[in-house]
Design a binder for this molecule. Structure first.
Ligand code: HEM
Ligand code: NAG
Length: 506
């Protein structure tokens, strides 16, 4: 009887049964509690991918925002995300209930690059313990974060030494712009080089000449990786790493480039180890080597983490600041009256003979306001970096289960019609009150809460010194035969489309 039954069930029926079973199982797994934030209809396996307009994913999410309001859910592959909008709600998530949202979701790329190497340490058992600062979690993250903040501080953040290094780099950058003799050029890689030299001198102890071919190549690799990380294949790779790992596409370039970047950092570390003198700490790497030497056996400080941390600083510290400066020059060329007022303030407070110093900032409310407005309108990290819900949490009456990804939308704060006079127009008046510099709560480019940007102080110092040094010596203009525009491209950061500009000596 059984045998007869068995034989009469065809392979097709079995397959159909299996597929239905898998779909139902998948559906059950992803079924959301009633009070989960509103979300569109969920399809098994692909989740909400079917909604995605892959040539413009931002558009897709924007539509959901219009439909569902300030908080809504979205399934990407196997991961579940909640989008959060508006200052009140973002503050609730990142500050008031910040302790529940400190982790980051696992990034396939970091896992591929680093996690194997953590083996052998006490942390090896935990899959989520990825290396570094930007993508690590829990105890490991706390240790790296504390160490990085205090080391950055010791290297003269807020002290003379670092200010002098930045001033020195400003001289190189001004010279390099001067070499162009007012002709149109793309300032991208010169700015990139100057900015990364600051973080290089803090982490590795060196700067690199703008003509150093190897370093230029590295900067281009980084740029390519950042651009390609925004591509569809890379996004899909993050959702389905185990399949995409074996398929060609832009994500393979990203992985390859990261390997090269990692070996660049690794070489620097090896050199430091060769001539290491425990009683002297020249830079971030030296300090970290000291921590490794006195590691208490919990594995938080070990070489692979040093590689990842240095890479994090290098990448997070270069792309962001340099993109902001590129926006700044573009805004200046597009709004000559605003540029002229900045230059007038520079001439009054600093003059032409002396280099700008950080102390000047408090006497330059207009310039300070312009730099803040560049950051607001530039909006280079509109979705910060994703977070992960660490335990079941209720936000604004909605239930967010442990393990849900959270994405805070800074655009909704920095372009909020109720907070800003002219949110869509470049307007330094947003940061001035009675001629004095003024800043409200809705200025959040570095994010807020315990996991906000640890490089904020450094970035603000760099932005002020580079920006004033350049405007002290040049007037920025569109090339004679071209018009400039504010078109952007979205990858990991939101950056201006490549442009050429004239730096006319003053
Ligand atoms: C204009 C310049 C910059 C902007 C707009 C910016 C913005 C941000 C934002 C929005 C985050 C995510 C924070 C969160 O998850 O809540 C972040 C994280 C981070 N930034 Fe920056 N940043 C800038 C410059 C820098 C610099 C110069 C450094 C180098 C010291 C740096 C190092 C980092 C690191 C290491 C993280 C990860 C922190 C963690 O996960 O604990 N950033 N940044
Ligand atoms: C982010 O905020 C802006 C401005 O409020 C809005 O237009 C956009 O749809 C939001 N995006 C998401 C993904 O919520």
């Amino acid at each position: 009887m059984l045998r007869f039954l068995w034989e009469s069930i065809s392979v097709q029926v079995l397959l159909v049964f299996l597929v239905v079973f898998l779909l139902v199982a998948d559906y059950m797994k992803h079924r959301k509690p009633k009070s989960f934030p509103p979300h569109p209809f969920y399809l098994p396996i692909v989740g909400h991918m079917y909604l995605m307009n892959f040539s413009n994913p931002l558009m897709t999410v924007q539509k959901l925002n219009e439909k569902y309001g300030d908080i809504f859910g979205l399934e990407m592959g196997t991961a579940s995300f909640v989008f959060v909008n508006g200052l009140q709600m973002i503050k609730e998530v990142l500050v008031n209930q910040g302790e529940n949202f400190l982790d980051r979701p696992e990034m396939a790329l970091y896992k591929e690059l680093f996690s194997k190497r953590v083996e052998g340490s006490a942390l090896a058992h935990s899959v989520l313990s990825l290396a570094g600062l930007l993508s690590s979690n829990g105890h490991l993250w706390k240790q790296q974060r504390r160490f990085t903040l205090s080391t950055l501080r010791n290297f003269g953040l807020g002290k003379r030494s670092l200010e002098e290094r930045i001033q020195e780099e400003c001289r190189y950058l001004v010279d390099a712009f001067g070499d162009e003799q007012g002709h149109p050029f793309d300032p991208h890689f010169k700015i990139n080089n100057a900015v990364s030299n600051i973080i290089c001198s803090v982490t590795f102890g060196d700067r690199f000449d703008y003509h150093d071919e190897d370093f230029q190549k590295l900067l281009r690799l980084i740029d390519e990786s950042i651009t390609k990380s925004g591509a569809i294949m890379s996004q899909l790779y993050n959702s389905f790493p185990s399949i995409l790992k074996f398929i060609p596409g832009s994500h393979q370039t990203v992985i390859k480039n990261w390997r090269l970047m990692r070996s660049f950092v690794k070489e620097r570390i090896d050199k430091h180890k060769e001539d290491w003198n425990p009683s002297e700490s020249r830079d971030f790497i030296d300090c970290y080597l000291q921590e490794i030497a006195k590691d208490k056996g919990d594995g938080a400080f070990q070489e692979e983490n040093l590689v990842a941390c240095s890479l994090d600083l290098f990448l997070a510290g270069t792309e962001t600041t340099s993109t902001t400066i590129r926006w700044g020059l573009l805004f200046m060329a597009m709004y000559p009256e605003i540029q002229a007022r900045v230059q007038a303030e520079i001439d009054t407070v600093i003059g032409q003979a002396r280099q700008p110093a950080l102390d000047d900032r408090s006497n330059m409310p207009y310039t300070n306001a312009v730099i803040h407005e560049v950051q607001r309108k530039g909006n280079i990290a509109p979705f910060i970096l994703p977070r992960l819900t660490m335990k079941d949490t209720v936000v604004d009456g909605f239930y967010i289960p442990k393990g849900t990804g959270v994405i805070a939308n800074l655009t909704s704060v920095m372009f909020d019609k109720n907070e800003w006079e002219t949110p869509d127009t470049f307007n330094p008046g947003h940061f001035l009150k009675d001629g004095q510099f003024w800043k409200g709560e809705s200025f959040v480019p570095f994010s807020i809460g315990k996991r906000s940007c640890p490089g904020e102080l450094l970035a603000r110092t760099e932005l002020f010194l580079f920006f004033t040094a350049l405007l002290q010596k040049f007037t920025f203009q569109a090339p004679p035969d071209a018009t400039l525009n504010l078109q952007f491209k979205m990858s990991i950061t939101l950056s201006p489309k490549p442009y050429k500009i004239c730096a006319v000596p003053r």
